[in-house]
Ligand binder design. Structure first.
Ligand code: NAD
Length: 284
């Protein structure tokens, strides 16, 4: 394998946060919902060259094979990259989740994932507790270094706390200036669970916002950088999606400026109460 010259890395590595199991997670990762295997492989190579060390995929995204391929093609050692994938709704249940994990690992062609998440709680199915027990087994087998959840409301988490043994390390939830998910974010923090923000840029909706454009002009930054910086200052793990190397770099370059109290007040006022995605209490 060729050594990559230092100069290829044009942006600093994002800092890590420490999960409740003691393991680190990069505070910025690449979300990869959308591209097929080929697109995902190229995006992962570009992201790792840019300085990313964390990739967020899911069985549902149908690009786990591309993510694994990109990781190998990059030449970056496996242990330097944090890989997340997720179990989809049709695979809820103990045996189903065990089998789904085998399929994900085989698609990724990896020996372990860093983080395995329940993608949605699907309360109508009422199988997320037994699904979580499968994740606990996968954790104890060492095939996932950490386990967590996504789209869990506090009452779904309370049930896991009451009926299972291992506490999730992260809760990946919809969170952006238009939907700040304050109550869940605060609950996660109280329970020692990191909040990971999905659709951190509101699926692109943030770019037209006049207040964010003004704050961006004030700091001579882009709107994407302002919003990602806001997430960082809230203590969120953030996984903006881009397949464009220039944007990937831009989204990582948020560690040489800070927002002031007025910026935070303005962004806090952008809450609309409207999700871009599904409501976890009813989805599924
Ligand atoms: P996002 O908020 O990351 O926005 C992505 C959009 O913003 C894309 O159109 C992209 O081209 C654009 N963009 C990114 N950087 C930009 C920049 N610097 N300048 C201009 N445009 C830019 O939306 P998302 O993809 O929905 O969410 C990110 C990731 O979150 C997904 O890829 C996925 O990994 C994860 N996710 C998880 C769930 C879940 O249920 N757990 C749901 C949705 C998304």
């Amino acid at each position: 394998m060729q050594n990559r010259p230092q100069t290829m890395r044009t942006t600093p590595r994002p800092p890590v946060l420490i999960q409740n199991d003691g393991l680190p997670i990069p505070q910025i990762g690449l979300g990869i919902y959308g591209p097929d295997d080929n697109g995902a492989a190229d995006a992962v190579v570009n992201a790792l060259e840019t300085g990313y060390r964390s990739i967020d995929t899911a069985a549902f995204y149908l690009n786990e094979a591309g993510v694994g391929e990109g990781l190998r093609r990059s030449g970056i050692p496996r242990e330097e990259v944090h890989v997340t994938t997720k179990v989809w709704g049709e695979d809820h249940g103990y045996n189903e989740a065990m089998a789904a994990f085998d399929r994900s690992l085989s698609s990724l062609a990896l020996e372990y994932v860093d983080l395995y998440l329940i993608h949605w709680p699907l309360p109508a199915k009422d199988r997320y507790v037994e699904t979580w027990r499968a994740l606990e087994r996968i954790l104890s087998d060492g095939r996932a270094k950490s386990i967590g959840v996504s789209n869990f409301q506090p009452h779904h988490l309370e049930r896991l706390f009451a009926e299972t043994d291992v506490r999730p390390v992260v809760n990946q939830i919809e969170l952006h200036p238009g939907f700040q998910n304050e109550a869940v974010r605060k609950f996660n923090a109280q329970q020692g669970i990191l909040t990971q923000a999905w659709s951190p840029l509101g699926r692109g909706r943030v770019f037209e916002n006049a207040d964010l454009i003004r704050i961006a002009q004030k700091h001579q930054r882009t709107v994407a950088q302002i919003v990602i910086r806001w997430h960082i200052e809230l203590g969120n793990v953030v996984i903006p999606k881009s397949i464009t190397p220039e944007r990937m770099k831009e989204n990582l370059n948020v560690f040489d400026f800070t927002l002031d109290e007025e910026d935070h007040t303005v962004i806090r006022s952008l809450e609309t109460g409207k999700r871009t995605g599904d409501d976890p209490d009813f989805f599924g």
